[in-house]
Design a protein around this ligand. Sequence first.
Ligand code: 5GP
Length: 189
Amino acid sequence: MKELEERIKEQGTVLPGNVLKVGSFLNQQVDIKLLQNMAKETKKLFDCEITKVLTIEASGIAFATAIAIEYGVPLVVSKKSKSSNVSGEIVSAEVFSYTHNINNIIFIPKDYITRDDKVLIADDFLANGCALAGLIKIVEECGAKVVGAAIEIEKYFQGGGDKIREQGYRVESLAKIEEMNEKQIVFKK
Ligand code: 5GP
């Protein structure tokens, strides 16, 4: 998506460890017009029945909310916990956090996604694919269908997206970065 790629070029900063900072327009301060355009683009890409949108806290919530509004369906947010000691009837997955370098347990209450649901997963970044794999596991353990995943920025060079595509899931990213360093960010054509 051209508009997103241009903003990343203008305002994105590449930090050590292959981390792209987009806090000024996507993550911490959110450009609402851009957000709305990204949600509309996602709805064009997934022109099919969606009954729920699922994301992981925290930085994917804005994007996932905008998408859920476009479809007029509930948003489910998977919470993170550092221990596996989470009470109540839950469905969980262990996920390695790319930005914090720790393992988290992500979970949702068991009854928030049911067998009849057709779920679109949404997140801000896709790097090695751990967060997305964990979210897929949760949807499938609930017995629901994963329609696909909508990602704002895929760091394509890290390979997580293709690993998940090879497993048969549809992954659509609004910006795909082929290469990045402090001097330049190159997008995949
Ligand atoms: P993965 O699990 O695919 O390795 O990483 C995806 C998760 O890590 C996303 O939910 C996102 O929050 C975070 N993440 C990965 N790479 C970046 C990055 O370059 N910048 C930011 N801000 N977050 C990232």
